[in-house]
Ligand binder design. Structure first.
Ligand SMILES: Cc1ncc(COP(=O)(O)O)c(C=O)c1O
Length: 389
């Protein structure tokens, strides 16, 4: 008789054979862009804490103040007794920064995409999603009641040709879904093109600003801030804003609808007060960090140019996320291991996280790495490149 664990043991063994077994490593974050990985000190190129806010004294201070005032946990979901008074202030602040009627805070970006899209996508509707959108978006599509399709990455021509099919008129409502900064390629969506296509077909535009929030756009609040390009945008507080959680910036109608229909909001405990304190403080700081953003993006441009000069492929990266696309999984692993031996933590990203044949190492640049560390990384890449040839 089949042991209940056999299918899982088989899957794990298959991953091992294919050298695709993911494993958790023991991490401790150290100052100055460094990290301890399984006890070994490396320069960290795998952090989304782009502005270093997770260690900022002002965020820590307000997190502690909120703990003192409200305690360490929330008593329930927001709809029961978890909607602490501070939510209103923070959501108003957020909406003002995004230039939207209102905003709604949820527990994580994954929860937001996977459950907001599930709620928005009703029967008889159609959802069109960029082929490289994050897995949380895909989970939202799968859980929705809508029909859905994927269009070629950042290709409004392909999107248009899919939407121009006659049968599309049968759908009562359409949504186009894209990231503004793509998480694995670091390229930027053609937001004007998406807006035009959406308007042409009477569709709504839903934009994921997870990797743009804090870094790009008006006051660092993402590429849809203050410009009405998106009908709904979401973003996370767990990357550029240094703590945890997620938001939806939207109209009053969408907010009311989500409060009534979004399972991630209704059936999950509200964020802990410490996190709300950190979010509140980050929203005060972010608009004042124009110089830091400019330094981060200049460093990213310089680093990308130097990597390209070595003959590597950085896809269409135009941001602080810089992939080095290698192709074969074994080669991407070999590069990542070689960099690790030389003192740099730059994980390999392989299928199914990225499409087959596009395995890569992915550099996440933050304000923490020094010029010397960046130059040393270039030398390490050069050394691997020369040995490989
Ligand atoms: C594009 C994108 N959207 C959503 C998420 C999920 O956000 P969170 O980490 O807050 O769950 C991520 C996380 O990596 C992401 O890259």
């Amino acid at each position: 008789m089949l042991n209940i664990f056999d299918p899982y043991a088989e899957a794990v063994s298959e991953y091992k054979q294919q050298q695709r077994l993911r494993q958790l490593r023991q991490i401790r974050t150290l100052p100055q862009g460094r990290i301890l990985v399984d006890g070994i000190e490396l320069v960290n190129f795998a952090s989304n804490d782009y502005l270093g806010l997770s260690q900022h004294p002002k965020l820590k201070k307000r997190a502690i103040e909120f703990i003192e005032k409200y305690g360490v946990g929330s008593p329930s979901s927001r709809l029961l007794s978890g909607n602490l008074e501070c939510y209103e202030t923070i959501e108003n602040k957020l909406a003002a920064l995004k230039g939207t009627e209102t905003a709604l805070i949820l527990a994580s970006g994954f929860q937001t995409n996977s459950t907001v899209l599930a709620a928005l996508g009703q029967k008889g509707m159609l959802l069109g999603s960029d082929r490289l959108n994050h897995n949380s978006i895909i989970q939202g599509l799968i859980s929705s009641q809508s029909a859905w399709f994927r269009y070629k990455h950042n290709d409004t021509g392909d999107l248009d040709s899919k939407l121009s099919k006659k049968t599309v008129n049968h759908y009562s409502c359409k949504w186009i879904i894209s990231e503004s900064v793509f998480s694995m390629d670091g390229d930027i969506a053609d937001l004007d093109g998406l807006r035009n296509t959406a308007s042409h077909y009477g569709a709504g535009l839903y934009i994921d600003e997870a990797h743009a929030t804090g870094v790009l756009g008006k006051n660092g609040m993402g590429l849809t801030a203050q410009n009405k390009l998106a009908d709904i945008s979401m973003g996370t507080f767990g990357k550029g804003l240094g703590s945890f959680g997620s938001y939806v910036a939207c109209s009053h109608i969408i907010r009311d609808f989500l409060i009534n229909r979004c399972p991630g909001l209704i059936y999950s405990t509200a964020l802990p007060p410490s996190v709300l304190g950190a979010i509140d403080s980050a929203l005060d700081l972010i608009p004042t960090m124009e110089n830091e953003r400019s330094r981060l993006l200049t460093n990213a441009m310089d680093l990308r140019n130097r990597i390209k000069t070595l003959g590597f492929d950085c896809a269409d990266s135009d941001t602080q996320i810089i992939p080095i696309v290698i192709g074969k999984e074994e080669t991407a692993l070999s590069l990542s291991r070689s960099l690790e031996k030389q003192g740099f933590y730059v994980p390999a990203i392989r299928p199914p996280t990225v499409p087959e044949g596009t395995a890569r190492v992915r550099i996440s640049l933050t304000l923490d790495q020094t010029k010397e560390q960046l130059s040393a990384l270039i030398e390490a890449l050069k050394s691997w490149h020369e040995k490989k040839d």
